[in-house]
Write a protein that binds this ligand. Sequence first.
Ligand code: PHE
Length: 339
Amino acid sequence: MLDKIKDLLAEIESLKAANAQEIEELRIKYLSKKGAVTALMNDFRSVPAEQKKEVGMRINELKTRAQEKINELKAAFETDDATSDDIDITRTAYPVQLGTRHPLTIVKNEIIDIFSRLGFSLAEGPEVEDDWHVFSSMNFADDHPARDMQDTFFVEAHPDVILRTHTSSVQSRVMEKQQPPIRVICPGRVYRNEAISARAHCFFHQLEGLYVDKDVSFTDLKQVLLLFAKEMFGNDTKIRLRPSYFPFTEPSAEMDISCNICGGKGCSFCKNTGWVEILGCGMVDPAVLELNGIDSSVYKGYAFGLGIERITNLKYSVKDLRMFSENDLRFLREFESAN
Ligand code: PHE
């Protein structure tokens, strides 16, 4: 009898089941009225009196263990069941929240697209620059008062390592490597030490254009800029060039477009003038060509530089420059459809 109990215990210990039905079958096999454990209890009657105490204990142990084992199988099965319930492969996927392109990127890409169609290719340069590429190569003399036009950030108080104040530094980077014909646009971030307000920031984005070839005239410049303005702001857009000064262009001009917020009638954005300034431009000063290794008796060029924030403000009526760098999702999501 004790051997039988031992064998049955070993058998029960090794039980396995693949599903609820198999567990139920095992329960019936061992613990139901006609089950093996119950049968043993029936045999108990014929156990000699002196063995009854031990056999009784063993049978009780077996019964408890059999019940436990069935419960363990059920528990294991139920947890399995629960996890497989969690993964419902028929459910529709969670919606993925798509990001949006930053408004400045959208506008920058649009500008690149327009100039690419006119044959301009892309060029880039570093944001941490040296004095040569930002100023000297662009015809700013060492003590030139024009250096004060752009408040410079110095890196680690080193006078020669600066954050570029304009993308004109990329003009120099391109010319030192390449002879004409040159036709490039250079988008990038620039830095100026200015107090942050709705109208000024210590960093912003520009896009520089440079064209150097044999017969380049101011008329070419004007036509390219007119075409750009119409492509960017619509066919009715007018441009106006006002004489200006930059050390690296001669003659120089600032270009206004008819205010596209009020359609030229006058509003607070254009300060009731009907015009808004969007870029600086001019014929490349021959001195700049020479400083950058290009023969000014053979080649001429034009250049322009525009502020991407300014164009974006005009296009999307953004009135506060700070919006562009505050990562406010409510603002950024407004550009979802423009992506
Ligand atoms: N670099 C000038 C600025 O930052 C813009 C400019 C570029 C003007 C090219 C003329 C030609 O103000």
